[in-house]
Ligand binder design. Structure first.
Ligand SMILES: Cc1ncc(COP(=O)(O)O)c(C=O)c1O
Length: 368
């Protein structure tokens, strides 16, 4: 029985190999490893792709969130609102910036931040909000922009899963004050290791992030801020520049596979699909996630049939052992808690075949 992997980065590598290896060879031969021209070139290309004037490459997506929050002026004593159903990095970055994460339950249909619920948690201490474009689907960015603009609150998109997702012709990264991207290898745009970027339309934020990532330097050995070492490697930038040229095609392929999943699973009893966005372009299907009542039984059945699956995420932030200091408890965020028990991520990646999607759906049906 051949295994159906959750992702297949080997297949992706085979597609880009002939373009990628000469770039890597050139940089190794030149001894150019950190920052420099390859980084600037990728930053320019990625900013243009997102439709924002600035992109600043950093070491990973967590640092992108953290440095963006600091550049937006978030400091101790501030509250930053985000959601409980995200990767822990979203909340970590808020704590790293010295602020308090305030959690807000998500909409049951989309599992994304609920603009209508924001007023209930906002106070004079609310300095920023961090919606997560979970699974690759844009949150209600226009509603969030309006809410933030009316209250003078900063909007930072957690776009770690949503490279290329767009609404009304604007892409993730072009909404609000700033956006944080992760280029972790399995992301829609993935490096050959750790990498991330802050994208922003604000020149002041771009300049502060650029300094924070490089020990607060304004000029060589002149440190205007207490900063970090969070620079982007030249090799990662070169890899990302090659893959960026394929991102739209890869996202289109993810959408096509997701459409096939939706068609096949729409009528399978017990399988709940997250609402399809009205505008197809706003979802880039970093993950294809279903909700089922008997998740562990289905997961075991799929594993027995050679199909790998994932859980994004099985424990919401407020129920994590290391996060009890936030003061929340079971029952505080019922939508996020129910989702954590029911979500199951099915394999999806641009190099997956239609036949493979059919195999996964056949197996789900066979598992009952
Ligand atoms: C929603 C979300 N936020 C933040 C991150 C953190 O990115 P990184 O792993 O590059 O630090 C990730 C990725 O893992 C993520 O999925």
């Amino acid at each position: 029985m051949t295994r159906q992997p959750f992702v297949d980065l080997g297949a992706q590598y085979r597609e880009v190999r002939d373009e990628l290896l000469p770039e890597v060879e050139r940089l190794l031969a030149a001894g150019a490893f950190v920052g420099g021209e390859p980084v600037t070139r990728f930053e320019t290309a990625f900013a243009a792709y997102c439709g924002a004037p600035h992109a600043i490459g950093v070491a990973n997506g967590t640092d992108a969130l953290h440095l963006a929050l600091r550049a937006l002026g978030v400091a101790p004593g501030d509250d930053v609102v985000t959601v409980p159903n995200t990767f822990v990095a979203t909340a970590e970055a808020i704590v790293q910036a010295g602020a308090r994460p305030v959690l807000l339950d998500v909409r049951p249909d989309t599992l994304l931040m609920d603009v209508a619920a924001l007023d209930a948690v906002a106070t004079s201490r609310t300095r920023a909000i961090v919606p997560v474009h979970l699974y690759g689907c844009l949150a209600d960015v226009e509603g969030l922009e309006r809410w933030c603009a009316a209250r003078g609150v900063a909007l930072l998109e957690d776009a770690a899963q949503a490279h290329g997702a767009a609404r009304g012709g604007r892409r993730a990264g072009a909404f609000g004050d700033a956006a944080a991207f992760s280029f972790y290898p399995a992301k829609n745009l993935g490096a050959a290791g750790e990498a991330g970027a802050v994208v922003t339309r604000r020149a002041d934020v771009a300049q502060r992030v650029a300094r924070l990532r490089d020990h607060g330097q304004s000029a060589r050995y002149h440190h205007d801020l207490v900063g970090y070492n969070s620079r982007l490697d030249a090799l990662q930038a070169a890899v990302l520049a090659v893959k960026l040229r394929r991102l739209d095609a890869w996202n289109a392929r993810r959408r096509a596979l997701a459409a096939l999943y939706r068609e096949r699973l729409a009528k399978v009893p017990g399988v709940e699909l997250t609402a399809a966005p009205a505008d197809a372009e706003s979802h880039v299907y970093h993950l294809f996630v279903i909700r089922v009542a008997h998740r562990e039984r289905l997961r075991a059945g799929l594993t027995a049939r050679g199909i790998d699956t994932g859980l994004h995420y099985p424990v919401p932030i407020h129920l994590q052992r290391g996060w009890q200091h936030l003061g929340y408890g079971p029952g505080d965020f019922p939508v996020a808690e129910a989702a954590a028990d029911a979500v199951l991520s099915l394999p999806i990646y641009p190099h997956m075949s239609e036949n493979a999607v059919h195999r996964v759906c056949d197996a789900i049906e066979a598992c009952g």
